[in-house]
Design a binder for this molecule. Structure first.
Ligand code: AMP
Ligand code: GLY
Length: 423
C-alpha cells in the first residue's frame, strides 16, 4: 500500500521509520518531510496546512492511508477535508482535535466528567482575569487557550508577574488569537509523565510511558522548548499510577469525548503530573509527542499500520499492543541559542554508524543545500535515540552516539535521563 505522512519533524521521522518496517507498505510519501525522512520516503514540497493540495496529491497518487503527525493541521481540520474526499486518514477530526486546540475546552471537559486536573477558571476578558488574580494563591499558571508552540504557558510567582502575564497573553496578544481566551490554573508540583495512546472513538490502548525534558538548559533551567530529550519507560509510572489512570483518566476521557458528540480517533497524549494527591492531567495533545515518539515508537512491536488502521476502522479492541521489554533514551541535538535565536545552514556529518536497530538518528530540522549536502535548518536539528536493556544502558549509548555527529553550533543537554539515577 501507499502511505502519506504529513509533517516535517523528528516525530514524523520516527513515524516514517515505523511505517517503513511494515511489510504491507510499498511506498511512503512525506509532506513536506526533511533531509532524514528523504532516506525512507519521497518528500513532496506541500505544506502541512495546504489541505486541498494535500488531498489532491493523495488522490492523484492513489494513497491508501494518510497519517497526520502535527497539531496545527489536525486542529485546523485536515482530517475532515480528507474524509470528505473519501480518503482514509489517521487522526482526530476538527471537533475532536479541540481536545488539544482549546485548553478552555479541555478543562471544562475534565471538570464536567470528573477527570482529575488542576483547579482553574477560564477568562475571555482581561479585566476579569486581573480581578480574579487579586485573591489568587501564588504561584499561579496562566495558559493561552489555543496552540502556541508549547510556549503559551506562564508560571507566575507573584501578583505583578501574573498581571504582566495577562497583558502578554490577552492584550499584547503575544500568542496571537490563541490568547483570546485564557485559563488561570492552580500550580501543581510533582513529577511529569507523558503517556501516549491509540484511540478508535471507543477503545483506548496505552503505549509505554515516557518523560520529556522541556527546559533548554541542564538542571531544568532556561526557557521552555519543544523538548530537549526523552526516555521511555518512566520508572515513576508505577503499576499503581497506571491503575489509577486507567480507572479515572484514560477511558473516562475517551467516553467523555464520545458523549459530547466528538468521538476521538487517533493518538491522545496525556501530559500527567504525579502529585501528592495522585496523578492529574496537565494537558492533552491530539497527536504523538515530539520527542516522545522518538523513544516510544522504536520500542513498539506491532505493525504500525495495523494499529492505526484499527483506530480508523473502530476495531482497536482486537489489537494487542505490545512493547519490547527494553528502554530508550533520546538526546536532542539543537542549534546553540534555541529556542530564542540561532544560526542555521551548517553542514551535518556522522550519520554512518546509526544502524536503525539500536541507534537511531531522527532528523528534526535538517534540509539539503544546493549540493545535496545535509545542513541544519532548525532549532532542534536531530534526535539521537538509543535502545538498551535498561534505561542506564540506553542513556550511555545515546550519549555515545551524540559524539558521532558533528555540526557547528551543536548544543545538547548533558543531563537527559538524570532522574533515572534517583530510582
Ligand atoms: P502544558 O503545555 O499545559 O503542558 O504546559 C507546559 C508545561 O508547563 C508543563 O509541562 C508543566 O511543566 C508546566 N505546567 C503546566 N500547567 C501546570 C500546572 N498547573 N502546575 C505546574 N506546572 C504546570
Ligand atoms: N514533547 C511535548 C510535546 O510534544 O508537546
Amino acid at each position: 500500500m501507499k502511505v502519506l505522512v504529513v509533517g516535517s519533524g523528528g516525530r514524523e521521522h520516527a513515524i516514517v521509520t515505523s511505517v517503513a518496517k511494515s511489510p504491507r507498505v510499498d511506498k511512503i510519501y512525506c509532506a513536506p518531510g526533511n533531509a532524514g525522512i528523504a532516506g525512507l520516503a519521497e518528500c513532496v514540497s506541500i505544506g502541512a496546512m495546504e489541505f486541498d493540495r494535500l488531498a489532491a496529491f493523495a488522490k492523484e497518487k492513489e494513497i491508501d492511508f494518510t497519517i497526520v503527525g502535527m497539531d496545527d493541521p489536525l486542529v485546523g481540520g485536515i482530517v475532515d477535508v480528507f474524509e470528505q474526499e473519501g480518503l482514509k486518514v489517521f487522526g482526530p477530526r476538527k471537533n475532536a482535535a479541540i481536545l488539544e486546540g482549546s485548553k478552555a475546552f479541555s478543562k471544562d471537559l475534565m471538570k464536567k466528567y470528573n477527570i482529575p486536573t488542576a483547579a482553574y477558571e477560564n477568562f475571555t476578558r482581561p479585566e476579569a482575569a486581573l480581578s480574579y488574580l487579586e485573591t489568587a494563591k501564588f504561584p499561579v499558571v496562566l495558559k493561552a487557550d489555543g496552540l502556541a508552540l508549547g510556549k503559551g504557558v506562564l508560571i507566575c510567582n507573584t501578583l505583578e508577574e501574573a498581571k504582566d502575564g495577562v497583558r502578554t497573553i490577552m492584550q499584547d496578544k503575544k500568542f496571537g488569537d490563541a490568547g483570546n481566551t485564557m485559563v488561570i490554573e492552580e500550580f501543581m508540583t510533582g513529577r511529569e509523565v507523558s503517556v501516549l495512546s491509540f484511540v478508535d472513538g471507543k477503545t483506548i490502548r496505552i503505549m509505554s510511558s515516557a518523560q520529556d525534558h522541556k527546559r533548554a538548559l541542564d538542571h531544568d533551567e532556561g526557557l521552555n522548548t519543544g523538548g530537549m530529550g526523552t526516555f521511555s519507560p518512566s520508572p515513576f509510572y508505577t503499576s499503581e499510577v497506571d491503575e489509577f489512570c486507567k480507572k479515572y483518566i484514560y477511558q473516562a476521557t475517551v467516553d467523555a469525548m464520545a458523549k459530547e458528540g466528538r468521538p476521538f480517533t487517533g493518538v491522545i497524549f496525556f501530559g500527567l503530573m504525579l502529585t501528592e494527591d495522585g496523578p492529574k492531567v496537565l494537558e492533552y495533545n491530539a497527536r504523538f509527542g515530539d520527542p516522545e515518539a522518538q523513544v516510544v515508537l522504536p520500542r513498539m512491536k506491532n505493525d504500525m499500520i495495523d494499529v492505526m488502521e484499527a483506530c480508523v476502522d473502530g476495531t482497536l479492541d482486537t489489537v494487542d499492543l505490545q512493547f519490547e521489554d527494553n528502554a530508550a533514551v533520546c538526546v536532542v541535538l539543537a542549534s546553540d541559542g534555541y529556542p530564542v535565536s540561532y544560526e542555521k545552514g551548517y553542514p551535518v556529518s556522522g550519520f554512518e554508524k546509526f544502524d536503525q536497530k539500536e541507534y537511531f538518528c531522527f532528523h528534526a530540522g535538517t534540509a539539503f543545500d544546493e549540493n545535496k549536502n545535509i545542513v541544519t535548518a532548525g532549532g532542534r536539528v536531530l534526535g539521537i535515540t538509543a535502545t538498551g536493556s535498561d534505561l542506564k544502558e540506553a542513556r550511555r549509548k545515546a550519549y555515545e552516539a551524540t559524539e558521532w555527529i558533528s555540526f557547528e553550533n551543536k548544543y545538547m543537554r548533558s543531563d537527559i535521563g538524570k532522574a533515572i539515577d534517583e530510582v
